[in-house]
Each structure stands twice: as structure tokens, then as C-alpha cells.
Design a protein around this ligand. Structure first.
Ligand SMILES: Cc1ncc(COP(=O)(O)O)c(C=O)c1O
Length: 398
């Protein structure tokens, strides 16, 4: 008997980044030396003082259900962080702690989007955005931003994408997959457009806030004229190397935070008690490990960029944040390797894995068919070797 799944599941795509990682692990299990640059997580371990806080939490008996929105002292610490680092005022009841930033993103979308509502998403975008919109039966409206404009949209493009059905605009800065960072001035120009369209909410994904190599992080919530419709998403995965702890949060107008609290209360309840105690320590102690990690990423970025520049046919820009490159590789489409034609970015990404043993992700799933994404969250030695393998493979394409 065939299983009759809900349409909702049939509409969903599997996460391309997780899929490539799975393929890469399969090859590795056959004894092949694969360099995996497909996943988006720091290769650093969680700082020791944060791990110690988790161990202490267990000893102190933090093993019970937690409040749905998160422990009050953690939410107060997030509120203090938003003031200290971003000069933003959010009270504890405007903050909801969740199982990863991913849950805060889906909570927000499910809380705001009705079937048929339009969600404006600049491309390239993080793989899960459009899938979450599908789950809410909303309609994604994409604004293309290419490498020639450093993967950032203009106010005119934004204006042109807005219709009476537009309900939400969502973006990440620093961006996954491109590393693009919107400056305060660039955000100000977009804010001017939003001021004309008060029905549009703005979901600002700031999960890579601390991996920013340029000017100080700018949040669109710092513009008073739109702050009452901005939802900030942030978390601990990237800046504190805590991906496996599954801890994120949102800061939003009270009614939206309350809606997400209600939703989360019926789905997962409050997130892990131990992870929350560890996160409290992360926010209230020394940030030095985060800054050291950022510096290591900056150094790797520069090494990889110099190697990419030497590859004929690869068009790369210098990302200002996060830990990804998103080079345009379309000049290789139509070329062949051992009789196999590279038709598109999907083919190239698969061939890089099977022939060069470097795992990347095709740009298709990020809404950009000309590029591939790879992360530089790997050691310098691995990155240099990976670039050598990629260059050698691309040279073989005729
Ligand atoms: C742009 C972006 N937002 C959100 C997330 C989810 O983060 P978390 O691990 O906290 O769920 C990721 C993770 O890759 C991401 O790249």
C-alpha cells in the first residue's frame, strides 16, 4: 500500500545543503578523502566556559521543562545584549527563545503569513526561506541580485516587487549564501521604500552578526520609522560555535512575540534547559573566543579569495561577512569532462564531489543558477587543498 502523505510534504524540497553533506559522508565512508565544504557550521568547538556552564546546569538540576519563551534571565540577557551591542530597546516579553534560529524563522512566518500572502525575498537566499513560506501557503516573490552588485538589491528593485499582497520582506545580513553585508546607508535607502508601505513586516535574519569583517553590524531595527514591524532573528549557532545546541531567538513587537510563544507552545514548548543555561553564560561573559574565530575566518577568506582569483572562468567577489563564497561558475556550463556535459550548477557541484572530492552546494537551491556555494569553515590546509582540486578539475573541462 502506498503511503498517502499530505500535499504540504510533497510540495517541500529536501534541504540541499543537508543532502550534499549526506552524499559527501557516503563517499567518505567508502574510504574516499572528501573535503566537505557544503555545510554551514563553524569548525571550531564551543568555548570551554560555555560547555562548563552546561555541565554546571546539570549539577544544579536544570532538567525540567522550561518556560515556552525561554528562561526569564536568558531573555533579560538577550535584551541587555541588544542594548549593549545594537543600541536597541527590547523588553524580555518581546523576546522568544527557540530551538535554533530556524524555529524562530518558521514561527514568525507561520504567525504572519496567510495563504496567498506574498513574501519578498532577495536572491540568492538561504535555502529554507522559500520552503518555510510554502509551509505557510504563502507565495515567495524573488528579487534577483547578482554578483555584479555584490548580491545586494536596490531600493528601486524593492519598490518594483511590492504589490497589495506583499506582507513580509525577509533577508539575511551578513548573508548566507553570499556573505554580503548591507551597510547602514544601504539599509536606510531600503527603509525609505518601506516607509511608503506600512503593511509590510521585515524579517531581519542576523544570525551571522558576529562574523562581519567590515564596519559595525547594522540592524534594520535601528530605524525608528520601521522598528515596530521588524522581527530580528539571531542565535548562538554561528557566533558562539553552538550549532548542535539548537538555540536561537527572535526580538519583535509584543504581539508578534506573543503569537510565536503561542505557536511554539503547541509545537515544541520551551527549548532545552541545559542549552539555555549555557547560552546565558555565552552572552554574559568574555566575547574573545568569538572575535578570535572571526579573525580566523577573515584570514581564511583572504587565502581562498586569492586562490579563486587565479582560476580562469571563476567570477568571485570578496564577501564582507559569514563564511561562504558564492562564485559565478556559469562560464563552465556546456563544457565536458570525460564525455559528461556540465549543463548547470547542479551538474558542476555533483562533479566536483565525485571527481574532485570537494563537496559544495549548487546555487540552484539558493535561487541563483549561475553559482555554487562553498563554506570556508575548514582548516587553512584543507581549504588550500580543496582549491587546488577545484582548479585542477575546472582545467580539465573542455
Ligand atoms: C541565514 C541563516 N539563518 C538561520 C540559520 C539557522 O540557524 P540555527 O542553527 O540557529 O537554526 C542558518 C543556518 O545555517 C542560516 O544560515
Amino acid at each position: 500500500m502506498s503511503i498517502q502523505l499530505a500535499d504540504r510534504i510533497n510540495r517541500l524540497e529536501e534541504s540541499a545543503t543537508l543532502l550534499m553533506s549526506k552524499k559527501s559522508r557516503e563517499l567518505a565512508s567508502q574510504g574516499i578523502d572528501v573535503i566537505n565544504l557544503s555545510l554551514g557550521e563553524p569548525d571550531f568547538t564551543t568555548p570551554k566556559h560555555i560547555c562548563d556552564a552546561a555541565k554546571n546546569a546539570l549539577d544544579q538540576g536544570y532538567t525540567y521543562y522550561t518556560p515556552v519563551a525561554g528562561y526569564l534571565d536568558l531573555r533579560q540577557a538577550i535584551s541587555a545584549k541588544l542594548k549593549r551591542e545594537n543600541d536597541l530597546d527590547y523588553s524580555a516579553d518581546q523576546i522568544v527563545v527557540s530551538t535554533g534560529a530556524k524555529q524562530s524563522l518558521s514561527n514568525t512566518i507561520l504567525a504572519l503569513i496567510n495563504p496567498g500572502d506574498e513574501v519578498i525575498i532577495p536572491t540568492p537566499y538561504w535555502v529554507s526561506y522559500s520552503e518555510m513560506v510554502k509551509m505557510a501557503e504563502g507565495k515567495s516573490v524573488f528579487i534577483p541580485a547578482s554578483i555584479d552588485c555584490n548580491f545586494k538589491i536596490t531600493p528601486d528593485q524593492l519598490e518594483a516587487a511590492i504589490t497589495p499582497k506583499s506582507k513580509l520582506f525577509m533577508f539575511s545580513s551578513p548573508s548566507n549564501p553570499t556573505g554580503a553585508v548591507y551597510s547602514k546607508e544601504e539599509l536606510a535607502a531600503l527603509v525609505k521604500v518601506f516607509e511608503k508601505h506600512p503593511q509590510i513586516y521585515i524579517l531581519s535574519d542576523e544570525i551571522y552578526e558576529h562574523i562581519n569583517f567590515g564596519s559595525k553590524h547594522a540592524s534594520i531595527a535601528s530605524f525608528e520609522s520601521v522598528k515596530d514591524r521588524v522581527i530580528i532573528i539571531n542565535g548562538f549557532s554561528k557566533g558562539f560555535a553552538m550549532t548542535g545546541w539548537r538555540l536561537g531567538y527572535m526580538a519583535a513587537p509584543k504581539a508578534i512575540a506573543a503569537a510565536c510563544d503561542k505557536l511554539q507552545g503547541q509545537v515544541t514548548s520551551g527549548t532545552c534547559s541545559i542549552a539555555q543555561r549555557a547560552a546565558l553564560t555565552a552572552l554574559t561573559t568574555d566575547m574573545e573566543p568569538t572575535y578570535e574565530m572571526r579573525e580566523a575566518f577573515r584570514k581564511r577568506r583572504d587565502i581562498v579569495y586569492n586562490l579563486l582569483k587565479e582560476m580562469n572562468g571563476v567570477k568571485a567577489n570578496l564577501p564582507d561577512g559569514a563564511f561562504y563564497f558564492f562564485p559565478d561558475v556559469s562560464s563552465f556550463f556546456g563544457k565536458s569532462y570525460n564525455g559528461k556535459v556540465v549543463k548547470n550548477a547542479d551538474d558542476l557541484s555533483i562533479m566536483l564531489l565525485t571527481e574532485a572530492h570537494v563537496s559544495t552546494v549548487s546555487g540552484e537551491s539558493f535561487g541563483d543558477p549561475n553559482s555554487i556555494r562553498f563554506s570556508y569553515a575548514a582548516s587553512e590546509t584543507k581549504l588550500i587543498e580543496a582549491m587546488k582540486r577545484i582548479a585542477a578539475f575546472l582545467n580539465e573541462l573542455k
